[in-house]
Design a protein around this ligand. Sequence first.
Ligand code: CDP
Length: 231
Amino acid sequence: MNNIPVIAIDGPAASGKGTVAKGLAKALGFHYLESGALYRLVAFVAQRESIDPNDAPALAQVASALQIRFIEDQIFLSGQEVAEQLRVESIGNLASQIAAHPALRRALLERQRAFRAAPGLSCDGRDMGTVVFPDAALKVFYTARVEVRAERRLKQLKQKGLDANLADLSRDLAERDARDAARATAPLAAAADALILDASDLRVDQALDVLMRWARERQIGVTTTAPARGN
Ligand code: CDP
């Protein structure tokens, strides 16, 4: 039994779940895990080393051997900063393809659980509430309409100076959602006990208000030590 609280935010690609999971971590002083970055890191190494996306044992081996450090928004792979390189759509798509291998998912499981540390963890992905942290104190399925997600992703990529167009992005996102939802292992799905938030028409601060209210209702991040008494 682990009583360190976890907030698990799962949902489809580009729903904005990373932004709110990070926002919650900041507001509550919690640690943060972007689990998708782990799948992207494996995809990045697989691409660099020309590993066949169907070679599950080789990919699981890559996952077990990854030397990673997360420092704020930076991601170091064997000492080299790679955060920007992980963001490109080709890596996201490859991550989604290889994420279907149970052996790879198993290889990443304990690594993800190791992020659970006091005073708490806020994390986002596809299976945080269903598989990785089934005892999470708050589980949210965070979603938005596909057009809204494609617009957001386009803006994000353009800000980074990366090239993209809306039609391709919408198609890729829909394909990725279908693949993530259809796979046999840890498919994209709301946990039975998850609260569902459709953020299509919410600004980030409004979505965060809802999530903070849900966290408060569950006493998450509330210190239980009694206040010191004055004489
Ligand atoms: O940011 P975006 O939602 O586009 O993707 P991501 O969260 O970085 O994840 C990239 C891919 O990794 C997803 O399409 C999933 O297939 C996979 N993934 C997963 O299977 N399980 C997770 N917990 C996180 C990501």
